[in-house]
Design a protein around this ligand. Sequence first.
Ligand code: FAD
Ligand code: PYC
Length: 414
Amino acid sequence: MRRYSAFAIVREAARHHLGWERAWASPSPKARYDAVIVGAGGHGLATAYYLGKNHGITNLAVIEKGWLGGGNTGRNTTIIRSNYLQDPSAAIYEKSRSLYETMSQDLNYNVMFSPRGVMMLAQTEHEVRGYRRTAHANALQGVATEFIAPERVRELCPIINIDGPRYPVLGALWQPRGGTARHDAVAWGYARACSAMGMDIIQQCEVTGVQSTNGKVTGVRTTKGDIATGKLGIVVAGHSGVLAEMAGFRLPVESVALQALVSEPIKPCMDVVVMANTVHGYMSQSDKGEMVIGGGADGYNNYTQRGSFHHIEETVRALIETFPMISRLKMLRQWGGIVDMTGDRSPILSKTPLEGCFINCGWGTGGFKAIPGSGWGFAELMAKGHSPLTAAFGLERFREGRFVDESVAAGVAH
Ligand code: FAD
Ligand code: PYC
């Protein structure tokens, strides 16, 4: 792989940009790999990358039924933060956030990480207590957050209506090094780095079956033929239940639609990310000037990548009361993704009842921020059978009642 650099831009400018290489190869599948990852979203690609980089496993294929990054990785609102309450969550999300800080250099690909700061508004006394508690927990975990007063909220984001018609802003949980990154670039950067290590990324290839003998995985059946492997990572987000069924086990996961929308572009008016969880909407401004907006998840199971109309209405209503100046903005686009929700709102990174088959899912509405940390930990689990980062997130926790309960503590009421 030829490195991207200022020198390369000058060189290519001088020869009419004819020398750029394809960012990744599109090979046909081989008959056998040491490891196969199903799903070329951020988590699958990051897993492949760290299996190669940290554990030397490069005879590997990532199998994707659509195009890489076309699932939730390319559909999210790109918020990155690590202000979780429980220790195992803070550990994996902060590992992830810290990997985002150096991802562009590490991958030699500009993922446009923008640590512009994330604030979660406290609009009830209950939220004030909850966020103060999270700030104390984060201090002990080494995660830099603080609880800030309404005056500071106004200073950081002058367009907020502090006295809101229904709920005043009583303060906020502020993470100054939280922020956003360009979601497609995260997938593309990992794909390019994986391809450069000799891995095969096979798009337009659906896994239709999981093969096994005597309780051990032996391969996968795909629309491009059978592929043998003794190590399988299932990383398919909203389709995790479908793949688990192919592998012969069930997951405590529900698939629901989560949607987002963007407005027409306007001049810069907001340089932080704001989440308002009581009224339930969140907003940031993209580099193009569009307001990037989201709200709650649908309340019923679903596999269509859309989302219900009443959620758009509720989200827009919530944001207009928080940011009255957006009331006359036109919305340009709306879309949805299918997210995989667990009961404790924490992910599953686990061995499975099928030996050699591992599952990474349950990131629900909040897994974009977790991509590098999840890839790091899941690769270690697949390579060595254990990872300190993933130990609390095994499937057995649902049987044993050891939940990592983030359903309210994460501050996102999805
Ligand atoms: P995906 O990116 O969905 O990748 C899974 C891949 O598996 C897909 O490409 C799919 O095609 C493939 N696949 C499925 N079945 C098969 C099969 N049989 N064979 C082969 N391939 C298969 N998180 C945040 O941290 N911050 C946010 O601001 C945020 N906002 C969000 C907003 C929206 C609207 C949505 C939908 C999600 C949001 N999320 C957010 C959540 C985040 O997007 C996801 O948790 C994360 O992207 C999941 O990544 P993934 O790699 O696990 O899944
Ligand atoms: O987890 O921060 C998050 C998030 C924001 C929007 C959707 N999820």
